[in-house]
Design a protein around this ligand. Structure first.
Ligand code: SF4
Length: 382
């Protein structure tokens, strides 16, 4: 298994909560497309097996490009890697960029999954967040995608929005369920410092919802979507049977992935690479063939990363995998650290796996931190 992520660093306007790297000038979309194609060739050997199982074009807003331009990226991947087992090819799109013709062309280019950034079905919240679409156009975009033949559609929602009542969150979820999509990602609004919301918060003009509201809305999300037949398989992700995101699942199981484009990260199990978060400097770097910075994770950092990402999934952590990658000593440390949480009924220990209940994911950070490898290694008892 290996995934390819391509970051499209352009948006037509910036959402007030978003701190992904993106640029609102579309002047460089042409040179950027050529640079992305070039970088794919330059980084070809990063993936250890040379095979691709998933392709994800995200951003930013990939739908600033035409289907034909996005198709060029996919076809370059087909040339560079063994794609005989390429199972999932996703494009992130914004509802207001879509039309029946655009969607049909995306299908014709061979993309088989869409991720549509809806965020809310409440116009007031869409305006607050500076989204470009309306609640009605979001629903219409999903229906048009279904009519164009997409049968693997994910939509994104946001909860914990200041001013959104529990009742409105339930109505949002009911509208999402009525669309009968295969996958729903729902994220709690976080206020990041470098965003408009972050600046308003620093001036005392905006603040997060309280923890009780977060927890109530999270539990409503879990209850309504699981009752409707969705599998709550990761803290923010729900899927109909057979429709989990294979690309994102690979991140959570430590599979290698290559990220292409400004600010994109790559990971092969030991090394993490990333490109500069600047369109202009990225274009210069690709020209010079000098694209990324790299760090090598220590075994302890890699162990912490696996513990953190896997305990936010329904499968939890696989102790055989833990031992295979990090050895018997780290497994013993994990099992000893986990014991008190198992005894307290917080962690479940089933066969070779330890897992949290999905209802507990949102408040799992304090448990997960206790399972990390200690910063000052002074362990004599294992
Ligand atoms: S949320 Fe999406 S559309 Fe909005 S600024 Fe971020 S990347 Fe762009």
């Amino acid at each position: 298994m290996a995934g390819l992520y391509i970051h499209i660093p352009f948006c037509k306007q910036l959402c007030h909560y978003c701190d992904f790297y993106s640029c609102i000038s579309l002047a460089k979309t042409g040179p950027m497309l050529e640079a992305l194609l070039r970088e794919m060739g330059l980084q070809r050997d990063f993936l250890p097996t040379g095979t691709l199982t998933t392709l994800y074009i995200g951003g930013g807003t990939p739908s600033v490009y035409s289907p034909r331009e996005l198709g060029r990226l996919k076809h370059r991947a087909l040339e560079l890697w063994d794609c005989t087992d390429l199972q999932e090819t996703t494009v992130e799109v914004n509802p207001d960029d879509l039309s029946p013709g655009y969607l049909e062309q995306l299908r014709a280019e061979g993309f088989n999954r869409l991720s549509i950034g809806i965020q809310s079905f409440i116009d007031r919240d869409l305006q607050l967040m500076n989204r470009r679409h309306t609640a009605n156009s979001a629903g219409q975009a999903v229906r048009e995608a279904q009519q164009a033949g997409f049968d693997n559609i994910s939509i994104d929602l946001i909860y914990g929005i200041p001013g959104m009542s529990d009742r409105e969150w339930e109505e949002n979820l009911a509208r999402a369920l009525a669309l009968d999509v295969q996958h729903i990602s729902a994220y709690h609004l976080t206020i990041e410092p470098r965003t408009v919301f972050g600046k308003r918060a620093a001036q005392g003009k905006f603040s997060s919802v309280d923890e009780e509201t977060s927890q109530r809305q999270y539990l409503t999300l879990h209850r309504m979507l699981t009752a409707a037949g969705y599998d709550h398989y990761e803290i923010s992700n729900f899927a109909r049977p057979g429709y989990r995101s294979r690309h994102n699942s690979a991140y959570w199981t430590g599979e290698p992935y290559l990220g292409i484009g400004p600010s994109a990260h790559s990971f092969d199990g030991r090394h993490r690479r990333w490109s500069v978060s600047s369109v202009v400097r990225y274009l210069e770097n690709v020209d010079q063939g000098n694209i990324y910075e790299q760090e090598t994770l220590s075994p302890e950092e890699a162990y912490d990363e696996l513990v953190m990402v896997s305990l936010r999934t329904a499968e939890g952590i696989d102790t055989e995998e833990l031992e295979r990658r990090f050895g018997a000593r780290k497994l013993r440390y994990f099992e000893q650290s986990a014991r008190r949480f198992v005894e307290a009924g917080i962690l479940e220990h089933i066969g070779r796996r330890y897992r949290l209940k999905p209802e507990e994911f949102l408040v799992s950070d304090s448990v997960i931190c206790e399972l990390f490898w200690p910063i000052h290694e002074n362990i004599t008892h294992i």
